[in-house]
Ligand binder design. Structure first.
Ligand SMILES: Cc1cc2nc3c(=O)[nH]c(=O)nc-3n(C[C@H](O)[C@H](O)[C@H](O)COP(=O)(O)OP(=O)(O)OC[C@H]3O[C@@H](n4cnc5c(N)ncnc54)[C@H](O)[C@@H]3O)c2cc1C
Length: 307
């Protein structure tokens, strides 16, 4: 199918102002990298997501999901097919000790709403810049807490466009892993069960975590957070620091001098710069300490054409 046919079909499924053609994706990533998406779609209803996924499946068009873009490096060649941004599904509803949030809600906002309702359990997320969907996909966590601890269920759509509801166990949440990744599902909403708490205590914990984050992380630069997963028995940042790689720069991307686990885009860096620096750091750490560093950050999209 040519893109004009796809566009005409998409117009039957979603309003035209929610479809962008050849949209530069660097606008939507924390690393400020990324070429164009053939179609960038911003559904405002769960049913629209379902309809687009089903359509793409029937026409064998690849679909990519984007949340807040805080854990992703998109290559300069961009993404073919359809990119669905979930950010407009950003409702947050509270009832008793449960919060139900759309996949596009910022988990920081959800943790603040929990605090406002004196519900404890989401304090760990007060500085994680992801969406609910991205947080479930990654089983995001910090300072001893993770999504797995408080999620009740996630409402998802499979590749065929069918709705499925997965409970905590069914989500198979593990260290930065979930069944969402394995089965290419899209999260539409998630429910969290929290416990009654004291607003002042909750706020105190959030202030403490924010202070720790701000003092240790280079939040003033574009980045994707921790680039590598924690290798068993080690800390990625410590290994990188001990390998004297802080400040090492390729193109416009540098190993942060403030937090060795971060790579910051200091001067119009590209996805290629990120990838080259990641490979270099992996190589040096392997040579020096015989430890494999596996990526936490996702790298997607096509390499730029070299003609
Ligand atoms: C400064 C900084 C600090 C960070 N600190 C932490 C931290 O403390 N702990 C932590 O765990 N992470 C941290 N991160 C990483 C990141 O915020 C988390 O991984 C977050 O959960 C990613 O969510 P997102 O919406 O930004 O996902 P995106 O970056 O948009 O996407 C990440 C992956 O999730 C998929 N995805 C996104 N939404 C959906 C959906 N609705 N359905 C299906 N798949 C989806 C995407 O396809 C992609 O593969 C940090 C990042 C930065 C930049």
């Amino acid at each position: 199918m040519i893109n004009e046919d796809i566009y005409q079909d998409l117009l039957q499924l979603i309003p035209s102002d929610k479809i962008k053609i050849d949209e530069p994706l660097k606008r939507y990533t924390y690393t400020k990298t990324g070429g164009k998406a053939d179609f960038y779609i911003i559904p405002t209803k769960n049913q629209e997501v379902q309809a687009i996924v089903k359509y793409a499946y029937e026409h064998q068009i690849p679909v990519t999901y984007l949340g807040n873009g805080s854990n992703i490096i998109i290559r300069e060649g961009g993404i073919r097919g359809i990119v669905i941004s979930l950010l407009a599904l950003n409702y947050i509803d509270v009832s008793d000790d449960a919060i139900i949030a759309g996949s596009g809600a910022a988990i920081i906002d959800v943790s603040r709403v929990a605090r406002d309702y004196a519900l404890t359990g989401l304090e760990f997320a007060c500085g994680i810049p992801g969406s609910i969907g991205g947080a479930v996909y990654m089983n995001a966590g910090a300072y001893g807490g993770e999504v797995k601890d408080c999620i009740d269920y996630a409402l998802c759509v499979n590749d065929q466009g069918e709705l499925i509801k997965l409970t905590t166990n069914e989500l198979e949440l593990d260290y930065r892993n979930s069944i969402i990744q394995q089965q290419h599902l899209v999260v539409l909403e998630a429910a969290f069960t929290l416990a009654p708490g004291n607003i002042n205590d909750i706020q105190e914990t959030m202030d403490d975590l924010t202070e720790r984050r701000e003092s240790k992380q280079p939040l003033e630069y574009p980045s994707c957070g921790s680039v590598f997963q924690r290798p068993p028995g080690h800390f990625a940042g410590k290994l990188i620091q001990d390998a004297k790689l802080q400040g090492h720069r390729i193109g416009g991307v540098e190993v942060s001098t403030k937090h060795a686990g971060f790579m910051v885009n200091v001067d119009n860096g590209t996805a290629t710069d990120y990838e080259d620096l990641i490979h270099y750091v992996q190589k040096v750490v392997k040579e020096k300490f015989d430890v494999e560093l596996n990526r936490e950050v996702r790298i997607i999209g096509e390499h730029p054409k070299t003609d």
